[in-house]
Design a protein around this ligand. Structure first.
Ligand SMILES: *[C@@H]1O[C@H](CO)[C@@H](O)[C@H](O)[C@H]1NC(C)=O
Ligand SMILES: *[C@@H]1O[C@H](CO)[C@@H](O)[C@H](O)[C@H]1NC(C)=O
Ligand SMILES: *[C@@H]1O[C@H](CO)[C@@H](O)[C@H](O)[C@H]1NC(C)=O
Ligand SMILES: *[C@@H]1O[C@H](CO)[C@@H](O)[C@H](O)[C@H]1NC(C)=O
Length: 484
């Protein structure tokens, strides 16, 4: 054991030594800095060129590739509008659009052909400049998942003359200039209409189309270049792309939720959650029934599920069924009637959105269209555009375990004062247009919001692609090297 004074001397010597070394290091490094200082960031030759000859930097000399113009609102505090004035497609050019999109010319049987549209021999796409040439999407519940239809139409209209729309996404012909590659397969419609086997068929049409799609994509240069990471594939119906999803999971998927996906195939980091298209009538903000004109406190209409997350519906039914100002009935929207549901939600203060067989359902979007404050009881729900929309300003979230407590939910909702309700209702009316699918698309509607959401993913997609490219050259060399 060393005595204390000895230790003190040792320490002070070490400190002195360290000090001397640091000073030396400091002097050395600053001299190096001074030596290379003024041309270490911009090579002197380029610097001189710019200054002396006033040459404009073109893309080859700019260190970062600016693929898209700078952007974006961090969150839509007041509104998500304004940023995108509507303009005729002709004035929306590639340099002004935020998102350049390449779309495969898949044969019509993958898209509008599923709607009975028959192009002639040399036409793959309908003429979107003429409204009466656009095939309509089948109504009823199919419409909930019609996202594929609206996005495809919007892309086509981005280069059609005479269509005025926001200049957010634009179709480009050359895939190397695109930010994302769009796969125009109407997978939800294919599932809804063709997943059953008919007559002598061995496989359903839906299955055949998915197999062909996987083969097609895997054979494309665009897919190989990025490993599919910059591809946008629509799979909004929870059962759509059932066969293909495990082969195409590297792509950005447009989904309703992640309920039926393993996390490595679908997750919030790479995928886009898109709203359902509501089926009830959309209320006009200027004549939306107010607090006193909504006699029903709580509204719920939906199918009953006895398994998984759906159990909560049954529990809530027993908790709420005897309250006099509560409407709580089971039955699918189609049997109950869309018109009745429209009326019911528009005369209710709160509309329940309870987990069913999947965490999401179109009921939330029906509530929004009816300006009925959504009460979300679905612990695993993913919500569209949540990076820019704060849902707590216009919806109430209740944990499933709390909602199941006797008296909890009804007390909570009866306790919401008129002023608070008005505040949320006001916000609801403001944000409702963000959930509307329209053709032509309008500033801040669902189509425009989805493109903006895709735009926000682009830099992380590029990051993944660039990392994947790191060892490309040495790998090629290695392959040759091994062969001798
Ligand atoms: C639009 O298409 C319909 C049906 O094909 C056709 O009858 C009509 O003339 C077209 N309208 C215009 C303005 O070209
Ligand atoms: C598409 O429809 C518009 C409007 O009806 C028409 O002016 C245009 O010529 C059509 N384009 C083609 C390629 O048929
Ligand atoms: C697509 O763009 C790339 C790079 O911008 C260019 O090299 C290529 O020739 C273009 N292809 C076509 C078919 O125009
Ligand atoms: C909404 O209400 C206003 C005023 O009552 C009216 O001018 C407008 O046309 C209505 N909009 C729709 C889509 O019904």
């Amino acid at each position: 054991m060393t005595s204390i004074p000895e230790k003190g001397v040792f320490i002070s010597r070490s400190i002195a030594c360290l000090f001397a070394v640091s000073i030396l290091f400091l002097i050395l490094s600053s001299s190096i800095l001074f030596q290379f200082g003024d041309n270490s960031l911009v090579p002197r030759s380029i610097y001189n060129l710019i200054l002396a000859k006033n040459i404009k930097l073109d893309e080859t000399s700019v260190p970062i590739e600016p693929k898209s113009p700078p952007f974006v609102p961090k969150s839509c505090k007041e509104s998500c509008f304004k940023s995108n004035p509507i303009e005729p497609a002709t004035s929306c050019d590639r340099n002004r659009a935020r998102l350049k999109v390449f779309m495969y010319d898949l044969p019509p049987e993958f898209h509008f052909g599923l709607l009975g549209w028959k192009g002639d021999r040399n036409r793959i796409w309908p003429n979107v400049s003429n409204l009466s040439e656009i095939p309509s999407y089948p109504g009823g519940l199919n419409l909930q998942h019609s996202i594929e239809y609206w996005l495809t139409l919007d892309l086509l209209s981005s280069i059609a003359p005479n269509v005025a729309r926001p200049c957010t996404a634009i179709l480009v012909r050359n895939s190397t200039q695109a930010d994302v590659v769009f796969v125009p397969f109407f997978s939800s419609l294919s599932y809804n209409r063709h997943s059953k086997i008919h007559g002598t068929e061995k496989k359903s049409v839906d299955k055949v189309l998915q197999e062909r799609l996987v083969g097609y994509l895997k054979g494309r240069d665009e897919w190989r270049r990025s490993g599919g990471r910059d591809h946008l594939i629509m799979a909004h119906h929870p059962n759509s792309m059932l066969l293909a999803r495990k082969h195409l999971g590297s792509a950005m998927l447009v989904l309703a939720d992640f309920g039926r996906y393993p996390a490595q195939i679908a997750n919030i980091d790479k995928d886009i959650v898109a709203p359902y298209k509501h089926v009830v009538r959309r209320l006009n903000a200027s004549d939306s029934p107010s607090f006193d004109d909504r006699p029903v406190l709580v509204y719920f209409q939906g199918a009953i599920y006895r398994k998984d997350g759906g159990m909560i519906r049954q529990k809530l039914y027993y908790l709420l069924k005897d309250e006099k100002d509560v409407h709580f009935t089971f039955g699918s929207a189609s049997s109950y009637g869309v018109r009745k549901a429209s009326r019911g939600m528009a005369s209710s203060k709160f509309c329940l959105n309870i987990a069913g067989d999947t965490p999401s359902s179109n009921r939330l979007f029906d509530a929004i269209a009816s300006h009925c404050i959504p009460v979300i009881i679905s612990d695993d729900i993913e919500l569209p555009f949540e990076d820019v929309l704060d849902y707590s300003k216009f919806a109430i979230f209740v944990r499933g375990s709390d909602a199941a407590k006797k008296g909890y939910l009804i007390k909570l909702l009866r306790g919401v004062r008129r002023e608070k309700w008005n505040e949320m209702w006001g916000r609801l009316k403001q944000i409702a247009p963000h959930f509307e699918y329209e053709y032509p698309s309008r500033d801040g509607d669902a189509v425009d919001m989805i493109w903006q959401a895709v735009f926000r993913k682009v830099s992380s997609v590029n990051d993944k692609i660039h990392r994947r490219n790191r060892y490309q050259m040495s790998q090629k060399f290695l392959n040759g090297y091994k062969r001798g």
